[in-house]
Design a protein around this ligand. Structure first.
Ligand code: ATP
Length: 280
C-alpha cells in the first residue's frame, strides 16, 4: 500500500516520498472527530474537478479527454480493467503527472503548480509499499508524526492496536498485509480532507478489507470528507462507493451514483454492468 512509486522517474520518486509524508492522512475509525476544514472551498465546490484530461505515453493514449467532477463528502469508486488508466488519473490528481491536455483542479487548485496547498490536504495510499524497511513500526509512527501538525497520537495507537502491529517489528520483516496496515495507519492518523486510495485492498486479507477498510472509508465520508479509491474488486466497490466511475481504454464509459447505475441495470451486479458497459 502507500505511495506507488513503480514506474516513476527518479526525481518523481523523490518528490513523492517527500510529499507522501506531508500529504498523507485522515479520519477516525471507532471515534469520529468533528471535521474542521481549513479550506476556502465552498461546500458545494467539487473537491476534484477534471476537464478534458488527455495523457499519452508515446503512442499509447492512457487518458482520452476525461472529464469528471467529485463533490465533497462522498466515496468515489474508480473501476476499470488492467491498463484502463486508473492510476494515471490518480497520479494527475496527486500532481505527479502534468496534464498534457485539459485541466485538473483539486480543492480548486492546480496540484502541479501548488503541490503544498493540495498535498497537505490529501491522504494517498497505493498498493505499492515503499515504507522505509529499516524502520520499526514505532519509528515509522514517530517519523511520520513529525510531518503532520494534526497527527493524532491516540488514534495512531488505536489503529496500531486494531491492526495488531508490533511496535518493535522492522517494516522490512512485515508481511505484505502487515505493511499495508502500517501504510494505512500512517495515512489515517492524520486527517486529510481527501483520501486517495489506489487499489487499497491489495495485500489486505478479507477481514481487514471488509471490516476495517470499509469502516474507514465510510467514516471518512460520514465526516464530510471525500474518498477516491480504485479497485478491481467490484463487490467491494459496490459495498462502499456512493458514486462509481468506470474507465475503459482511457475513456470514462460510465460515471454516476451507484444507486442510479443499479436502478438502470436492474438485477445485474456491478461486475456484470461493468463487463457489459466496457464491451458496448
Ligand atoms: P492497473 O489496474 O493494471 O493498475 P490502470 O488502470 O491503473 O491499470 P494505468 O497504470 O493508468 O492503468 O495505465 C494506463 C495505460 O498507460 C497502460 O497501457 C499503461 O501501460 C500505460 N502507462 C502508464 N504509465 C506509463 C508510463 N510511465 N510509461 C508508459 N506507459 C505507461
Amino acid at each position: 500500500m502507500v505511495v506507488r512509486l513503480r514506474g516513476c522517474a527518479a526525481d518523481e520518486r523523490a518528490r513523492i516520498s517527500d510529499q507522501r509524508v506531508s500529504a498523507t492522512s485522515i479520519c477516525a475509525l471507532p471515534t469520529p472527530i468533528p471535521v474542521e476544514f481549513a479550506s476556502s472551498l465552498q461546500q458545494s465546490d467539487p473537491v476534484i474537478h477534471i476537464a478534458n484530461l488527455t495523457r499519452r505515453f508515446g503512442a499509447k493514449t492512457a487518458l482520452n479527454s476525461v472529464s469528471v467532477s467529485m463533490p465533497r463528502g462522498a466515496v468515489y469508486g474508480l473501476v476499470g480493467a488492467n491498463g484502463a488508466g486508473k492510476t494515471t488519473l490518480i497520479k494527475h490528481v496527486m500532481g505527479l503527472l502534468k496534464a498534457e491536455g485539459g485541466s485538473v483542479r483539486v480543492f480548486g487548485l492546480d496540484p502541479v503548480a501548488d503541490p503544498v496547498g493540495v498535498l497537505s490536504r490529501i491522504g494517498y495510499l497505493s498498493e505499492e509499499n515503499d515504507l522505509p524497511g529499516w524502520m520499526t513500526v514505532s519509528e515509522l509512527i514517530r517519523y511520520s508524526r513529525a510531518f503532520y501538525p494534526q497527527w493524532d497520537d491516540a488514534y495512531a495507537a488505536e489503529l496500531r492496536n486494531t491492526f495488531a502491529l508490533d511496535s518493535a517489528a522492522k517494516i522490512k520483516n512485515l508481511s505484505k498485509g502487515q505493511k499495508a496496515r502500517a501504510g494505512l495507519l500512517v495515512a489515517l492518523a492524520y486527517r486529510p480532507e481527501l483520501l486517495v486510495l489506489d487499489e487499497p485492498s491489495s495485500g489486505l486479507d478479507p477481514i481487514v478489507r471488509r471490516d476495517i477498510l470499509g469502516a474507514v472509508i465510510r467514516t471518512i465520508a460520514d465526516e464530510g470528507r471525500t474518498v477516491l479509491f480504485s479497485s478491481h474488486l467490484l463487490d467491494e466497490v459496490e459495498e462502499v462507493a456512493d458514486h462509481v466511475t468506470m474507465i475503459s481504454h482511457g475513456t470514462i464509459v460510465l460515471s454516476a451514483p451507484l444507486g442510479d447505475i443499479k436502478a438502470a441495470h436492474r438485477g445485474l451486479s456491478l461486475d456484470e454492468i461493468f463487463v457489459s458497459t466496457a464491451r458496448a
